[in-house]
Write a protein that binds this ligand. Structure first.
Ligand code: DX5
Ligand code: ZN
Length: 209
């Protein structure tokens, strides 16, 4: 089980210092990019990713919650993303966006919101490195894990027998809910559970355990 740490709920005025001690304990840094259009919230974009890129070699897992993701692939690839995930529900053509990400030699992910049926992404599985299953409505950190996604994860896991992709789960993961997904995914995204912890390193270790 790998851990991707979402920076969304950290102190942005002190981001580099807050993250530095955590790099040895995580597999990816998860960048939640929100445009106030695809989701009802604004977060950050290229400048933050570019700045952090100078600080660490940890893999950057960029989660685009934006309209027209295809138009921004080059920007986020050049900023230093290693994995780029966009939403099936966005308005960009899925295959063309996958191609744009591959053209930049980045790993490609497709994400689905909690109420989106798994079947719609089946035609794309052969092209994907990962599927990111949202276990909260995208837009905000600190929301409650939706157990309704468990069945979707089970079906997705079955599909790993046919296709070579990884399963990422995003939203509401903490020391209680991780047990529900641990056998059904390859990577969990964690945000507020670490940001709010008084002992972040130990909480990361506890999650791994
Ligand atoms: C939600 C984001 C998530 C979120 C994770 O739109 O995609 O990555 O920040 O945060 P927690 O772990 O607090 O749900
Ligand atoms: Zn995310």
């Amino acid at each position: 089980m790998k851990i991707s740490l979402s920076i969304l709920d950290f102190d942005f005025s002190n981001l580099a210092n807050e993250l530095e001690p955590l790099y040895p304990y995580i597999d990816y840094l998860h960048m939640d990019v929100m445009d106030g259009n695809f989701v009802p919230n604004l977060s950050f974009g290229v400048p933050i990713i570019k700045s952090l890129r100078k600080q660490t070699k940890v893999l950057f897992d960029t989660h685009l919650m934006i309209t027209n993701p295809k138009d921004f692939i080059n920007d986020f690839a050049n900023a230093g993303s290693d994995l780029i995930t966009f939403h099936y529900e966005s308005n960009s053509d899925v295959l063309q966006t996958i191609k744009a990400i591959k053209a930049k030699n980045k790993q490609v992910g497709l994400s689905i919101k909690p109420n989106t049926e798994l079947g719609v992404i089946k035609p794309y599985l052969e092209h994907l490195d990962l599927v990111l299953v949202m276990s909260v409505e995208p837009g905000f950190g600190g929301q409650k894990f939706m157990t309704s996604v468990i069945d979707k994860l089970r079906s997705l896991k079955e599909l790993q027998k046919e296709y070579d992709f990884k399963i990422f789960v995003d939203g509401g993961i903490n020391l209680d809910t991780i047990s529900e997904v641990k056998d059904l995914c390859d990577t969990v995204i964690v945000g507020s559970c670490i940001a709010k912890s008084t002992d972040r390193i130990n909480t990361l270790l506890d999650l791994k355990r």
